[in-house]
Design a protein around this ligand. Sequence first.
Ligand code: AMP
Length: 186
Amino acid sequence: MRLIFLGPPGVGKGTQAKRICEHYNIIHLSTGDILRSEMTEKTEIGEKAKAFIDAGELVPDDVLLGMMNNRLKKDDVQSGYLLDGFPRTIPQADGLNKIMDDLSHSLNCALSLTADADELVQRLINRGKESGRSDDTPDIIRQRQKIYWKQTAPLLDFYREKKLLKEVDGIGKISEITDRILEVLK
Ligand code: AMP
């Protein structure tokens, strides 16, 4: 099973991704988590990414594509994965297609979790009080939402045209949303 999770910041992609990965016994690849750990370890990628992440901007496509090209070749992901937070732009989606073609990996589904924008900003402001994430402040949260609608939302049509898009309502109890996702993936 190979999946992409799409959806605006704060919709619960990470939470649902973990549950879906447990269900299918596949690897959860969150580019946000990978980039944050690169920053903590002060690697070359981490140093390149830091200013973009702190400003709520997207890290350049070539950095993401290089990083994911290496990651998707590793043994642990050969039987399946869920991409959480990647791709986020059309060039990343084109690049991912090529990476997957080269590995003879086919995509089962791009799953979009949907929710009302105002509710998400409030959720993220609350999360920011606990997460300690440098990009969970109100201004940066609004910036990340804006970038999602401008740069990432076009991916919905990209995958819809390929007949790979499934949309699921992301508002409700965590377990109910998981059930909705599992239902559309059947
Ligand atoms: P996330 O944890 O998915 O919200 O990602 C946190 C931040 O990491 C984003 O606001 C971006 O700065 C950066 N990031 C994560 N994934 C990507 C991606 N696919 N392309 C560009 N930047 C990304």
